[in-house]
Design a protein around this ligand. Structure first.
Ligand code: NAD
Ligand code: WQD
Length: 346
């Protein structure tokens, strides 16, 4: 029997891509736990279509400690937990701070308690570049002085990291790694799995693909007067499959270094800054489509530019991203075409 990796949020965007890479890699059995507050069971079909494996999946809310304990009891000997489950909308978190603190922190505390109770040795946490707040020095390293996070969502990630660090220092069993994602985009190369945002998306790449698909009549570039090379904001986009693979590397690192650090944190980005207009230009070049966009006012809360220094993940985890912006955009478009076809056939 293969060791089990429990993925929380396995029906979500990044969790499902990580499940696919873990299954295809072949060493682990993957089990998912998800409340489906921001995803649907259809993702399990997509994982099966790509990998040929139907994973065991539990429709459970991590805030329900008893129900979550039952999942651990049913799956004795879990070798690792990869904890993706969280609410992730910056804007919603400003509207509903208590809901975000409750969901993201209670779920984390519950799963850590159960990792201790069931002696789970390895824990990986989805953190975010949003913990860095408004940074003044680029690129961002893990040591970059953390200023105030800008939203309740970002605070849940910063506090989440602190909870894991403090807990792992005293835990008898658990060691942890936080992975700080920059801007994950793109889809599985097959075009059979990708981000399926519920409602109108806020993130750039789904907005681009939905605009091209005619679901959004016209998109707005938020700000054309920033002090950047073309006036639009700069971000560090990273392919979701590269993010997924980093979780395998992080698990391997913990397994191979049983006497290593109790807790560590790593940036995951491409290290390349790409502007909004450059992303649009890449989309138009790759797909041959003209995108209907206007350059409009700045979006409140946006930072001008942020991109990562990922040398720590490269040196310690042996992780280097494989995909560039063209593959990110091309795969996102392939997925959008698939979603369009599903809609037509529904
Ligand atoms: P997602 O919403 O697609 O996936 C999260 C999943 O967690 C969803 O399926 C949701 O139903 C589930 N979930 C939420 N609360 C739960 C609970 N209490 N119990 C059980 N399941 C619950 O989001 P994603 O983009 O895949 O993000 C995964 C993780 O990565 C999140 O923690 C997010 O904060 C973090 N992250 C995402 C990004 C990004 O841009 N996508 C960037 C940085 C960090
Ligand atoms: C990217 C750029 C927009 C939409 C967010 C979270 C962060 C992390 C990653 C979770 C910005 C511009 C966007 C549009 C536009 N998530 N844009 N028109 O804001 O960098 O980061 O996702 O942890 O915490 O804050 O990502 O995709 O929303 O925006 O011009 O219609 O695209 O202004 O410059 P962001 P994004």
């Amino acid at each position: 029997m293969k060791p089990i990796i429990l993925i929380t949020g396995g029906s979500g965007y990044i969790g499902s891509h990580t499940a696919i890479e873990l299954i295809n890699e072949g060493r682990y059995e993957v089990v998912s736990l998800d409340s489906h507050v921001n995803s649907s069971n259809r993702t399990l079909d997509r994982i099966e279509e790509i990998t040929g494996t139907r994973i065991r999946a539990y429709d459970v809310d991590l805030c329900d400690l008893a129900a979550t304990r039952q999942v651990f009891a049913d799956n004795q000997g879990i070798a690792g937990v990869v904890h993706f489950a969280a609410l992730k909308s910056v804007g919603d978190s400003v509207e509903n701070p208590l809901g975000y603190y409750e969901n993201n922190l209670l779920s984390l505390i519950n799963i850590l308690k159960l990792c201790e109770e069931f002696a789970v040795p390895n824990f990986i946490f989805s953190s975010s570049c949003s913990i860095y707040g408004n940074i003044s020095s680029l690129p961002v390293t893990e040591e970059t002085l953390v200023s105030e996070p800008e939203s309740p969502y970002a605070y849940t990630k910063l506090v989440g990291e602190r909870i894991i660090r403090d807990f792992c220092q005293i835990s008898q069993h658990v060691r942890g790694i936080s992975l700080r994602y920059f801007n994950p985009v793109g889809s599985h190369a097959s075009g059979l799995n990708g981000e399926a945002p519920i409602g109108r998306p806020n993130n750039l790449v789904p907005v681009i693909t939905q605009t091209a698909a005619g679901l959004i009549p016209q998109m707005t570039v938020f700000g054309g007067d920033y002090p950047t090379r073309d006036g639009s904001c700069v971000r560090d986009y990273i392919h979701v499959t590269d993010i997924a693979i980093a979780h395998l590397k992080a698990l391997d690192h913990l397994v191979k270094h049983p006497d290593g650090k109790a807790y560590d944190a790593f940036n995951l980005g491409s290290g390349q800054g790409v502007s909004v207009l450059e992303a649009i230009e890449a989309f138009e070049r790759i797909t041959g489509q003209q995108l209907n966009y206007v350059v409009g006012p700045r979006r409140p809360g946006d930072v001008v530019a942020i991109y990562s220094d990922c040398s720590k993940a490269r040196d310690v985890l042996g992780w280097t991203p494989q995909y560039g912006i063209d593959e990110m955009i091309a795969s996102a478009w392939k997925w959008q075409l698939r979603l369009n076809a599903e809609r037509v056939n529904a």
